[in-house]
Every structure is written in C-alpha cells, then in structure tokens.
Ligand binder design. Structure first.
Ligand code: HEC
Ligand code: HEC
Length: 290
C-alpha cells in the first residue's frame, strides 16, 4: 500500500511507493494500444462463447448459436472427398475387372482404395502386406492359390467368403477325417510319408509305394494326381513349400487324421461393390495374380 503519493524527481512521474534499497518503482500506465487490444480480446471471446461450443456442463456443453461441431466438419469433408472420387468410383462400377486393370488411371485409383480397404478389413487375418498368418490364414502375396489367382477367382472368394454359412455361393469343400476309421494308423503313416515325398522330403528308407496307392485313391481327387492342388475344389498344393497348417511330419499327419478347415467371411454383405472390385485388383497385384 502506497503511503503517500510521491513524484520521481528525474522523470516527474508518480511512484508506486515501493522501494528497494533506495530504488523506487515508477507508476507507468499500460500503453493505450495494449489496453484496447486487451478489451477487444475480451469482447471477441464473449462473442466466440456465444456463437461456438464453449462451456463444459457435466457430460454436455454449451453448443453455441452457429451449431458448429468438428464432427459436422469431418462429415462435410468426407462428403467432399466422395464427390471428388465420384467419377473414379463410377468408372470402377461400370468397368469389368479386366478393364480396370487395363486403364492406368482406374488401376491406380483401385490400388489405393484397395490398400485402404485391405488394411481395414483383411490385414487382421492376412497380415498388413498380405504375408499371411500361422494357423491357416494364407499368404496373398505369392503365386500359390488355394481357390485360384485370376481376378475373377479372387473376386469370387472375397465376395462369397470361404465356408461361410450365410452365403449360398461360398467356397466350400471339406476334407474327410481319415482318423475316423477311413484309413488305419499304418495307412495314415504311409500316406504321410508319400505326401512328404511330394515336396522332396521322403523319410530315408521309406517304402513309398503303398502311400502312393492310397493317395491316388483317397486324395488325388481334391489334391491332384501329383499333389499339385485343385483350385476348383480348394484342395491345396501339397508339392510345394507352402503349408497352411505346418510342414512337419506330425502336423501333416494331424491334418489327415482330423483336418482343420479355414473360414473366411463373405464380404458382399459388408462392403460396396466398388470396394470389392478394388480389393480384388489390389490382392491380384500383391504378388502372384494369374
Ligand atoms: C477372419 C479371418 C479373415 C478375414 C477377415 C479375411 N480372410 Fe481371406 N481368408 C481367410 C482364411 C482362413 C482363408 C483360407 C480359406 C481356406 O482355407 O480355403 C482365406 C482365403 C482368402 C483368399 C483365397 C486365397 C487362395 O489362396 O485362394 C483370398 C483371395 C482372401 N482370403 C482375401 C481376403 C480379403 C481381400 C479380405 C478382406 C476383404 C479377407 N480375405 C479377409 C481368413 C480371412
Ligand atoms: C474332399 C476333398 C479332399 C480330400 C479327399 C482330401 N483332402 Fe486334404 N485338404 C482338402 C482341403 C479343402 C484342404 C484345405 C483345408 C483348408 O483350406 O483349410 C486340405 C488340406 C490338406 C492338407 C494341409 C495342407 C496345408 O497346406 O497345410 C494336407 C496335408 C492334406 N490335405 C492331405 C490330404 C491327404 C493325404 C488326403 C488323402 C488321404 C487328403 N488330403 C484328402 C480337401 C481334401
């Protein structure tokens, strides 16, 4: 508290009455321009609080007279982006898969759209880059196809899924459980050795003839004469190094005794036609489309 008003001798200004070791504090008013800007800010902020969302009230907030919300803004931006994509999306809708692949603009657009849709819908099972996952989730970035690698085959698989009950056109085939008395334990061991021999891994000294005969009778219909696979039936190639359920002897034998079967959802109920086409183009171009 200033005790009495005192003027500084040098500047002629009033002091605040504060003094430290003989140094006195001058009472200099705030510059006018600063003060006006300060008042303007207060007025502006009141206007802002009236027009825009401002004060939190428990779980809600004052909405403001303009009704602006960041959610509305995002919605508008998405609508805008859709509109700009419109001509491409129509192009995708009206073209066959082959036509899209042949048109470099549509192809590029489909690749981008497909990549986004893949990350959202497929990566959890097939890996971010289509590299597959253990336990029967196949690699999509190679040229080994269970159900076929043409654009149309890939499209069919994505649209209708695999062993997906709700879709009458789903890919479907079940391998019999040979351990349920269809083959004896010895026969299962023999055919397992023969399957190993198809990828050049026959156990040393094994007699392959009985297994070969069993294979021709029991397995060739779904897996091909030489185990090369039958894509129409979804019987995987058994003569390469790619395995859904493991390459070890005991893993192959387990599949023959009591087979596992992969299930993939049908995406026609979840995604739009253009997206399904873009995904097919994307997957086909990942690696080994035929
Ligand atoms: C819930 C897991 C799951 C999701 C999600 C999923 N898939 Fe699959 N997908 C599988 C399984 C399992 C198989 C193997 C089916 C079989 O064993 O025949 C498969 C097979 C495929 C095949 C056939 C591969 C071949 O070799 O013939 C394609 C193509 C494919 N998926 C694409 C996609 C695309 C594209 C998406 C996203 C839109 C997707 N998948 C989402 C589980 C999934
Ligand atoms: C009715 C058709 C059918 C018959 C017959 C059949 N399989 Fe299969 N097999 C399949 C299908 C389909 C799969 C793939 C399951 C999946 O995709 O999840 C498969 C998978 C396999 C696998 C696992 C492949 C991998 O990549 O991990 C092995 C091994 C196999 N079969 C061996 C045999 C042998 C040996 C026989 C004969 C004793 C046989 N199969 C008979 C349909 C058949």
């Amino acid at each position: 508290m200033p005790t009495k008003i005192e003027k500084d001798r040098l500047t002629g200004k009033e002091t605040t009455g504060h003094e430290w070791d003989g140094i006195k504090e001058l009472n200099t008013p705030l510059p006018k321009w600063w003060l006006y800007v300060f008042y303007a800010c207060i007025i502006w902020s009141i206007g802002y609080m009236v027009l825009y969302p401002a004060i939190p009230l428990g779980t809600t907030y004052t909405k403001g007279l303009l009704g602006w919300s960041s959610r509305e803004q995002v919605r508008d931006q998405i609508a805008d982006a859709r509109e700009r994509q419109g001509e491409f999306l129509i192009g995708i809708q009206e073209s066959s898969l082959e036509e899209i692949r042949a048109d470099s603009t549509l192809f590029t657009f489909a690749q981008r759209g497909g990549a986004v849709a893949f990350a959202d819908n497929c990566a959890a099972c097939h890996g971010a880059a289509g590299q597959g996952n253990v336990g029967g989730f196949p690699v999509l970035a190679d040229d080994d196809w269970i159900w076929g690698g043409s654009l149309d085959s890939i499209h069919h698989t994505i649209v209708h899924g695999v062993r997906w009950e709700d879709d009458p056109d789903t890919r479907f085939n079940m391998m019999p459980a040979y351990g349920d008395g269809l083959l004896s334990e010895e026969e299962i061991a023999q055919v397992t050795d023969y399957v190993l021999s198809l990828s050049g891994r026959a156990p040393e000294g094994a007699d392959l003839a009985p297994g070969e005969e069993i294979f021709a009778i029991q397995c060739a219909a779904c897996h091909g004469e030489m185990g090369e696979g039958v894509t129409d039936l979804g019987g995987p190639n058994l003569s390469d190094a790619i395995w859904l359920y493991g390459s070890e002897r005991n893993e192959i034998m387990a599949q023959i005794v009591n087979p596992q079967h992969g299930v993939m959802p049908a995406f026609q109920a979840r995604l739009e036609g253009e997206t399904l086409k873009m995904l097919s183009i994307y997957v086909h171009a990942l690696g080994g489309g035929q």
